[in-house]
Write a protein that binds this ligand. Structure first.
Ligand code: NAD
Length: 798
């Protein structure tokens, strides 16, 4: 070939990475693998096996054991037995193990990279340069957290044996995101890799043996979804950390609803990639290639929805097509490939069906026209899918809303910044977003408005062990990586303070009847800053501790909750108000409560039957609690991470949105404030359901709210049957988070019913908290509960 011709075609020659190292490793194991339980390899008692194949050529790579019930039981038993010793090692001792794991991973990085490519079908360029280096970084970084655990998290301890279930798209990377923080925090692990991609997890188990990790600290069970389900339902696993589809996440949430298992869910996404007219368009197009064609688009945070400003849309689409035409799709072991194989025929079929759907919906399709590799072993094309672009897409169409999880980009246009934000947030998901503009002010103005756990400014698909990753809304909750990720594997130490005997049993309070509304004696609801009559027209009697009638409260219903949620949404200015302003308003609230201390003391004594001294203590503690949250309002700040790149990641603590709060009976003023204050100090708006028998304490509080300049709609209060109203809040799709301090049944119901929009949920799981104990009932733990971390990545330099 002439040199001029080479310049013209820019054709690459094949540059294959040798599979020999991985094939040798498979041969050493006769291509058969057992389970890794209690530091030993064993056959699955189920006797079942399944195979794992190479998606690039359909060839079987190995036989894998399928763990059944007795295998999962054995793995959990081993993790449970190993836990006490592992958690009581010093941070330094655990740090040494994590460090040793990082070193071994580093030593075997090539084997890991090749094996991952063969098992998953992603290109060697990605496994070699992205997945495996990030895995190593995770273990080094978390070795650091282990070392610093006692000094950095003095109020927290490990949770126990934890179950971890991961997907196939980043097999070893997802393992590292889960195993490294779990072990660093002192937990032991049972991990299940995805059935399509177990090989690097098996190699990792070998490495655990090599570094002498104590038996039972890391256990590996392989198998399909049923194996995962056995883990989810195992009573001895104290936490489930799941990464996978939103549908399975929902099932897991329902299955664990009546347990006290901690849960983190890293789910799907449909992330926007926003190009403003002042963006560096060439960079943005390179960014798009990374956003949607990296790992064949099988990436939870893939920038799969292109939003481009109308004035540059034509230019962008034109250049994008030219760039797409140059993409190289083929043998994943070839170092010059941009895209490899799709994980399995069933996934390819799913992608194809959604593409057909897009065509039916009238969107215009443009596909890469290169030649897909033929699969010698099977008929047809093998598991490859061409890079695909849809234009003329309607925002409500299925392809604009559904996670395709393949190399398919859908594009839409916008005119104004507001429209861009609206389109970006027009999704049930909220995992990531990418914003392209040379005007940093504009980009930083948009970033906080986007409902997503990560925002990349002028970059995309950046990850690091020091920077938390995780979603909003149906993309799940919890974070992996960084300080915020460590909290997911820790729980607060028990305070050991005994409970105050603060009230007589609520059960002894006389039953009260529903009556037709008697106008002047009924405390109303509090919605949008105004007192409102309940929709039902009914009121409920409230009786004093001595059995006399104390008054009436409105019997709120579904419609009242709906109005309250609407009012809460209208107060969105509260979210963007300055923390200083929120602090000032809270201080004012404390001042106004104190002015009415005698009145509240009397009400608490009469209603609950506690002594005057106890009631005075409740009011005094309430004032102090307001001060705490006024103080924290401008101190629960984020962090600046410095990942290994020329750039920063700003970890911003953001409010969740509209929170539903269902308050308990005990210490009715203090418990209500303990839930309300962190929520509003963080900038959330709330719909609060007070204790049914003691609601009059809370309705008395309206006046304090009114005189303290709390903007209307920030606090909405609906009285009535709290269990019933809690259920309505749980099902309401415009409520982003729910806290329930109720009976065990109420808590379970709330967890089960709130999976529709995957609300972030906290419950007391039926236990009675000591609201007077500052360690349990106030402070940063509650501020963390009231917030979610958004990481905004900002590269710098030319
Ligand atoms: P999946 O939900 O089908 O499977 C994920 C894992 O769960 C697998 O190990 C599977 O065996 C197991 N599983 C399946 N059914 C189960 C059940 N009933 N109980 C317990 N475990 C069960 O997802 P997938 O197809 O492997 O992965 C793709 C999905 O993962 C996409 O939606 C993607 O967006 C998501 N994902 C999210 C993140 C994130 O960090 N948010 C990262 C990677 C992938």
């Amino acid at each position: 070939m002439e040199i001029t011709e080479i310049f013209k075609t820019m054709e690459y020659s094949p540059a294959p990475e040798s599979p020999d190292l991985a094939l040798e490793w498979l041969k050493e194991h006769k291509s058969k693998f057992g389970l890794f339980i209690n530091g030993k390899w064993c056959k699955a008692k189920s006797g079942k096996v399944f195979s794992t194949d190479n998606p690039a050529n359909g060839k079987k790579l190995a036989s894998i054991s399928e763990a059944g019930k007795s295998d999962v039981d054995a793995a959990v038993r081993a993790a449970k037995l190993a836990f006490p010793k592992w958690k009581s090692l010093s941070g330094h001792e655990r740090a040494r193990y994590l460090y040793a794991l990082a070193r071994q991973l580093q030593k075997h990085s090539r084997l890991f990279a090749v094996l991952e490519t063969m098992d998953n079908g992603k290109t060697i360029r990605e496994t070699r340069d992205i997945d495996i280096p990030l895995v190593i970084r995770h273990f080094y970084h978390h070795s650091g957290w282990a070392q610093l655990l006692e000094s950095e998290f003095p109020e927290h301890i490990a949770i126990g044996p934890v179950g971890q279930i991961i997907p196939w798209n980043f097999p070893l990377l997802m393992l590292s995101w889960k195993v490294a923080p779990a072990l660093a925090a002192g937990n032991t692990v049972v991990l299940k890799p995805a059935e399509y991609t177990p090989l690097t997890a098996l190699l990792f188990a070998e490495i655990c043996s090599q570094v002498g990790l104590p038996p039972g600290v890391f256990n590996l069970v392989t198998g399909p979804g049923q194996t995962g389900s056995l883990m989810v339902n195992h009573p001895d696993l104290k936490k489930i950390a799941f990464t996978g589809s939103t549908d399975v996440g929902r099932l897991i949430r329902e299955a664990t609803a009546d347990t006290d298992k901690k849960l983190t869910l890293e789910l799907g996404g449909k992330s926007p990639f926003i190009i403003f007219e002042d963006a560096d368009l060439d960079s943005a197009i390179e960014g798009l290639v990374d956003a949607i064609w990296f790992n064949q688009g099988q990436v939870c945070c893939a920038g799969s929805r292109l939003l481009v400003q109308e004035s540059v849309a034509e230019k962008v689409i034109d250049r994008l097509k030219k760039r797409m035409a140059k993409l190289r799709v083929g043998d994943p072991l070839d170092k010059s490939m941009d895209m490899g194989a799709i994980i399995a025929p069933i996934q390819k079929e799913r992608i194809q069906n959604l593409v057909d759907q897009g065509k039916k919906e009238g969107a215009a399709i443009w596909q890469w026209e290169g030649k897909l590799p033929q699969n010698a072993e099977k008929k047809g094309d093998g598991c490859y899918f061409p890079p695909t672009l849809f234009t003329n897409v309607s925002p409500a169409s299925i392809i604009a809303q559904t996670e395709i999880f393949g190399p398919v980009l859908v594009s839409m246009t916008f005119r104004t910044t507001d429209e861009a934000v609206m389109l970006a947030n027009n999704s049930a998901y909220g995992l990531a977003a990418s914003v392209w503009s040379e005007n940093i002010n504009q980009a930083l103005h948009v970033a906080p408005k986007l409902k997503s756990g990560v925002v990349w400014i002028n970059c995309t698909n950046q990850f690091d062990a020091s920077v938390g990753f995780g979603g909003y809304r149906e993309s799940g909750y919890g974070r992996e990586g960084g300080r915020e990720g460590m909290f997911e594997y820790l729980k607060p130490k028990e305070s050991g303070i005994s409970k105050n005997q603060i009230r007589k049993s609520v059960a002894k309070v006389k039953a009260s009847a529903t009556t037709a509304l008697s106008l002047d004696r009924t405390a109303k609801l509090y919605i949008g800053g105004k007192q409102a009559r309940p929709d039902s027209g009914y009121s409920l009697n409230v009786v004093n501790a001595d059995g006399s009638l104390a008054g009436e409260i409105g019997d709120g219903n579904r419609k009242d909750i709906r109005n309250a949620v609407e009012a809460a949404h209208k107060s969105s200015g509260w979210q963007s108000s300055t923390p200083h302003l929120r602090a000032q308003i809270l201080y004012f609230l404390a001042e106004n409560l104190e002015t009415r201390a005698v009145e509240f003391k009397k009400r608490i004594t009469q209603l609950t039957g506690v002594t005057e001294k106890q009631a005075a203590l409740e009011v005094k503690t309430s004032v102090s609690r307001i001060f705490t949250y006024a103080a924290l309002a401008d101190k629960h700040e984020g962090m600046i991470h410095q990942p290994p790149m020329r750039g920063l990641a700003l970890a911003l603590n953001e409010p969740i949105g509209v929170l539903g709060l269902v308050c308990p009976d005990e210490a009715p003023l203090l418990s209500m404030l303990s839930m309300l204050l962190p929520a509003i100090a963080m900038g959330n708006s709330v719909v609060l359901v007070p204790s049914r028998p003691f609601a009059l304490v809370v309705t008395d509080f309206y006046q304090v709210l009114e005189t303290s300049d709390v903007p209307s709609g920030v606090v909405n209060i609906v009285t009535g049957d709290s269990a019933k109203l809690g259920t309505v809040l749980a099902k309401h799709d415009d409520v982003a988070g729910l806290w329930v301090a109720g009976t065990k049944t109420e808590c379970t119901e709330a967890c089960k019913l709130s999976t529709g929009n995957m609300k972030i949920i906290w419950t007391n799981n039926g236990a009675q908290l000591d609201w007077f104990d500052n360690q349990q009932s106030e402070g940063r733990e509650w501020m963390r509960r009231a917030s979610q971390v958004k990481n905004v990545w900002i590269p710098y330099g030319e």
